[in-house]
Design a protein around this ligand. Sequence first.
Ligand SMILES: *[C@@H]1O[C@H](CO)[C@@H](O)[C@H](O)[C@H]1NC(C)=O
Ligand SMILES: *[C@@H]1O[C@H](CO)[C@@H](O)[C@H](O)[C@H]1NC(C)=O
Ligand SMILES: *[C@@H]1O[C@H](CO)[C@@H](O)[C@H](O)[C@H]1NC(C)=O
Ligand SMILES: *[C@@H]1O[C@H](CO)[C@@H](O)[C@H](O)[C@H]1NC(C)=O
Length: 219
Amino acid sequence: MAPPSGHLFLLMGALGVLAFDGFTGAQKNSTLIFTKENTIRNCSCSADIRDCDYSLANLMCSCKTVLPLAVQHTSYRDRLTIWFTDTSALGLLLNFTLVPDLKLSLCGTNTLPTEYLAICGLKRLRVSTEAKHSSPEQSLLIHDGGECQSREKPVGSHQGGPTCTYISFVDMALFNRESSLKSYSIENFASVASNFPDFSYFKTVPILSNKSYVVTFIY
Ligand SMILES: *[C@@H]1O[C@H](CO)[C@@H](O)[C@H](O)[C@H]1NC(C)=O
Ligand SMILES: *[C@@H]1O[C@H](CO)[C@@H](O)[C@H](O)[C@H]1NC(C)=O
Ligand SMILES: *[C@@H]1O[C@H](CO)[C@@H](O)[C@H](O)[C@H]1NC(C)=O
Ligand SMILES: *[C@@H]1O[C@H](CO)[C@@H](O)[C@H](O)[C@H]1NC(C)=O
């Protein structure tokens, strides 16, 4: 029979591992990507940086320049913050990308056109607009972003992006509005897609062809 102290020792060891995991989890860096004057910088930050403070980000975070041509659609597992000034750079970085927890900050004073940004597996979205000093950051929780996976060889996915059955369309024009963030979700979207003949996205987006999708509009 093993002496009780052996069990205690094992238990303490296990607790130690848990405590250590918790500690390193709290120290985890978050990814901040910003675009400015045709440059894309991809940063790993240990602290939250005030929106659109590019020089502070360059100082406090560990950043690398990404060439626009080298941008690949990847998946982001953790929190991702993007500071952007126009929709083209944002589309290049994010369209059809898997991001569960996303913050978008519009830097500068551009008025954005109505154009949709498609995000896979989105669970939390936060938005802010630098020009609107009065209105604070807005936040939206999407009840179920689903469990999306980026597979080796996605079937019918867009630009080699993740295969995903939960897809959110974010209306870029929401950054111009004073109204609060709103969303609605349609489940089993494939069966009702024909109810949206004017929404041309469903023709251009091959992933919306066969499976059953949960589609969320954010506006
Ligand atoms: C930014 O860097 C992270 C790792 O720190 C990487 O996973 C991600 O793909 C990069 N994004 C771009 C657009 O380069
Ligand atoms: C975390 O961010 C700090 C700067 O804020 C940087 O020096 C460090 O290399 C980053 N760690 C990782 C693992 O990226
Ligand atoms: C995202 O991709 C769709 C389909 O290719 C395109 O119509 C849309 O304009 C893109 N959105 C942005 C913000 O680039
Ligand atoms: C996809 O949909 C078409 C009809 O729209 C159907 O004939 C086909 O069997 C479906 N494929 C799968 C894999 O469900």
